[in-house]
Design a protein around this ligand. Structure first.
Ligand code: CMX
Length: 132
């Protein structure tokens, strides 16, 4: 678990914030997609050695909706790229880390993802993310 794959950032309105990333910061938009399983519309921004994942809630059931209501826009999670996500999850469980998923779920970009509870990660929501 040595590589950060992306940083998730909660936003209220994807279309409204995109020009800040592309025009003001001069970064490239890689793609926009809807992730039904997480109820989010996401844009991936190429930030060189890491991606920024802008997350807009699709509805009020989305974890991002609740986050925005409580904390407002900002950094939501940090995702580690992993190989063999199920094994990583088992190792972390054995070390007493609380996982938010029993099994990996389909995430953005065709990845399988799982989340670690911020309460057992010193206040940070971490994601494990395995690409095919
Ligand atoms: N980072 C750090 N702490 C967070 C947090 C975050 N993103 N979201 C919530 N918390 C903290 C809250 O501040 C709260 O702490 P206190 O009890 O000290 O106030 C605690 O976690 C519980 O938070 P809550 O607002 O009551 O929210 P829930 O318990 O309903 O849910 C969480 C929190 C993390 C369990 C839930 O959001 C979750 O299951 N997340 C995983 C899935 C997800 O985030 N999906 C969206 C991204 C999808 C994608 O990347 O594709």
């Amino acid at each position: 678990m040595k590589k950060v794959d992306h940083i998730g950032i909660a936003v209220r309105d994807l279309n409204a914030v995109l020009p800040y990333y592309t025009d003001t910061l001069g970064l490239s938009l890689m793609k926009i997609e809807e992730v039904e399983s997480q109820k989010v519309r996401v844009a991936f921004i190429d930030a060189g050695n890491v991606k920024l994942e802008l997350l807009e809630p699709m509805d009020e059931q989305s974890a991002i909706f609740k986050f925005l209501e409580k904390k407002g826009e900002g950094i939501h999670h940090i995702a580690f790229g992993v190989v063999n996500i199920e094994q990583r999850m088992e190792e972390l469980r054995d070390k007493g880390v609380q996982l938010l998923n029993e099994q990996p779920k389909p995430g953005a970009g065709g990845a399988m993802v799982a989340f670690l509870h911020p309460k057992s990660s010193n206040g940070v929501l971490y994601e494990l993310c395995e690409k095919e």
